[in-house]
Ligand binder design. Structure first.
Ligand code: FAD
Length: 365
């Protein structure tokens, strides 16, 4: 078993005391990369991620119409992490003091931070259905998209709406249909935001079918639960996220809720485990699963690990409604602040600005 490196050469007494301790972070998304960055100078940190780069997920959908955009939203973990060790691999099991990788290598930890995030649902197995989580996957389909005449988007949540907007603002010769099981698009948002998104898409010729589900694929059409046939050359599945929880099943299955999210206490600790913290989409916190909330949770985890080392009181995490920026193509968007909604060019600009700022922060670190 890999036991870590022991003391690191550092004269700062604060750093000296902590550097003996090994922190393992599972997942290098918004939460995990933040934790690894913040703790790498204080602890012996290892980031384990199934991919070797951080990806700014909110920018992924643009890559379907502008494949070169991918360069702007990905950065190798080894670029922004200066001291932390990076292992590219998948964790398959955890106990109270070690993690096991797919190749059965065990790594001991003093603290574990679980930031394994979520993936997109794929209820249909066909190869021509696009998973809208992986930029690489989307980019590979760019040529198919150029050729496709009829496009079906299953799901009218934030991702489905943003994707439809990217496509309809980029091409004016595609027939786009969104099928949505609810009665409103982006239904958890402010009414003004909902109406604006609907108006925007309809004006661009996007057909929206409400209250209906695509249930079965047959050759080049989909059957809906109301018996309609929807023809399409390309299908995008935007039906929501599923937590990445598999490694919990052998020893911590009781720590999962009915949605397979990890149950945490107010300090974001795994219940009953003082030294295991959880942050990001994978937690059971009742709030919108966003990059912003993943980072807010990661900040609490960092504070609490340091507090444990200093024998201080732990801080609590409080869910709150945070602003949401929805892009409608490059030049239009919605900023939903809960009570106040701003629509038009400024939210689109804001979304691009956040992406540039976040990626620059990592590139210059
Ligand atoms: C298309 C799309 C658009 C979005 N747009 C926005 C937006 O505009 N604004 C916003 O705030 N949020 C947006 N989100 C949501 C946002 O991306 C997530 O909330 C955020 O990525 C969650 O961060 P995370 O760190 O919890 O997990 P993730 O970003 O999901 O990262 C988890 C990481 O863990 C890795 N992993 C998983 N299991 C294992 C394992 N067993 N071993 C090792 N590694 C593992 C994964 O490969 C991944 O790298 C969007 C999401 C999608 C899919």
């Amino acid at each position: 078993m890999d036991q870590g490196h022991g003391l690191l050469a550092n004269k700062d007494p604060f750093i000296f005391i902590f550097s003996m301790k090994r922190v393992i972070v599972i997942g290098g998304g918004f939460a995990g990369s933040y934790v690894a960055r913040e703790l790498e100078n204080k602890f012996n940190v290892t980031l384990i991620d199934s991919k070797d780069y951080f990806e700014f997920t909110p920018g992924i959908l643009r890559t379907i119409v502008e494949p070169e955009h991918i360069k702007k939203i990905q950065i190798l973990h080894t670029h922004y992490l200066k001291k932390a060790k990076v292992i590219v691999g998948c964790v398959k099991k955890i106990t109270s003091n070690d993690v096991t990788l797919e190749d059965n290598k065990k790594i001991h930890f003093d603290y574990l931070v679980i930031c394994s995030g979520s993936s997109y649902n794929v209820p249909f197995k066909e190869k021509d259905i696009i998973k809208v989580t992986r930029a690489e996957h989307l980019r590979d389909r760019y040529n198919d998209l150029c050729k496709a005449k009829e496009i079906l988007i299953i799901g009218g949540g934030l991702v489905g709406v943003e994707l439809a907007a990217e496509i309809c603002t980029h091409y004016n010769d595609k027939k786009i249909t969104i099928i949505h099981s609810k009665e409103k698009l982006i239904e958890r948002n402010h009414e003004k935001a909902i109406k604006y998104a609907e108006r925007f898409l309809k004006k661009k010729g996007v057909k929206i079918i409400y209250g209906e589900r695509a249930i079965q694929k047959k050759k080049n059409f989909f059957l809906t639960d109301k018996g309609n046939k929807l023809k399409s050359d390309m299908i995008f599945l935007c039906t929501g996220i599923t937590p990445n929880y598999d490694f919990m099943e052998s020893n911590f299955s009781l720590s999962l809720n009915e949605k397979n999210q990890i149950i945490v206490n107010e300090h974001l600790q795994l219940i009953g485990e003082n030294n295991i913290f959880v942050a990001g989409d994978i937690t059971d916190r009742l709030e919108e699963k966003t990059a912003q909330n993943a980072e807010r949770q990661a900040k609490i985890v960092v504070k609490n690990i340091i507090a444990l080392e200093n024998k201080n009181n732990l801080v609590s995490y409080h869910s709150k409604k945070t602003p949401i920026v929805i892009s409608l193509g490059k030049y239009n968007g919605i900023l939903d602040l809960g009570k106040f909604v701003l629509m038009g060019f400024i939210p689109a600009l804001l979304k691009s600005f956040i992406e540039i700022k976040e990626m620059r922060k990592l590139k210059q670190s």
